[in-house]
Design a protein around this ligand. Sequence first.
Ligand code: PAF
Length: 275
Amino acid sequence: MQIHTTITSLRAALEGGGQISFVPTMGNLHEGHAALMRQAGGLGDCLVSSLFVNRLQFGPREDFDTYPRTFAADCEKMAAAGVAHLFAPDEGEMYPRPQSFHVQPDPAQADILEGEFRPGFFRGVATVVMKLFAIVQPQVAVFGKKDYQQLMIIRNMVRELNLPVEIVAGETVRDADGLALSSRNGYLTAAERAEAPRLHRVLQAIRQAIAGGARDWARLEDKAMAELAAHGWAPQYVAVRKQLDLQYPAAHDSGLVVLGAALLGSTRLIDNLEV
Ligand code: PAF
């Protein structure tokens, strides 16, 4: 695997290398990232990944400074997953001057769910992904369903700005007890880790209820929030939404997704299940 810290070096290496498939990351990789990379590897001739902890998508009280930086271990995992070129710029390379142009998604997509609790998050994500697409120029990019709203926003950005890249979704990878793999799981204490799969279980219960004909979304959501709160969580949202645009479903709608976010101690976990 070749490691490039500059745009010039990456571009020179990718010249004439065929169809590029791409997985952007912020590092601290786990099996979920490796699965996205293996999936992307089958979709092109040259697999590129990036590792950049993007300051623009962190709020002032979020964990930018303490976000785990595990470069050597990440490189090993990327190489094992078949990455041919890693783009690992520093902040000076990505933002040589304060970023004065941004990609601002519609508030109807970006200020709901995650965006309600993380103001500016999707503007930061969309802006850096747009820059990474311009730098790497992939034909295909793979994003995990774990970050369902991010996936939707990137798809819409690509469609509405006519970017020549196909967005492919990767399935969420879970531990045996159902907990979705996340870079932030490492923050959990042993007791919190034992409790953490409850988030997945409450979403499963909603999925089962919907499969059994339940259509009272608010009641299902409230019950799930109450169960989390009763077990020491600080739930932020549990929401039944339409997969396509994450807007409120009507009672007859199908193609739904149930999403949840909650704090367990000081760790914020998110998860979702398609229904
Ligand atoms: O999902 C992530 O790891 C990040 O949001 C991304 C897409 C790499 C942008 O920084």
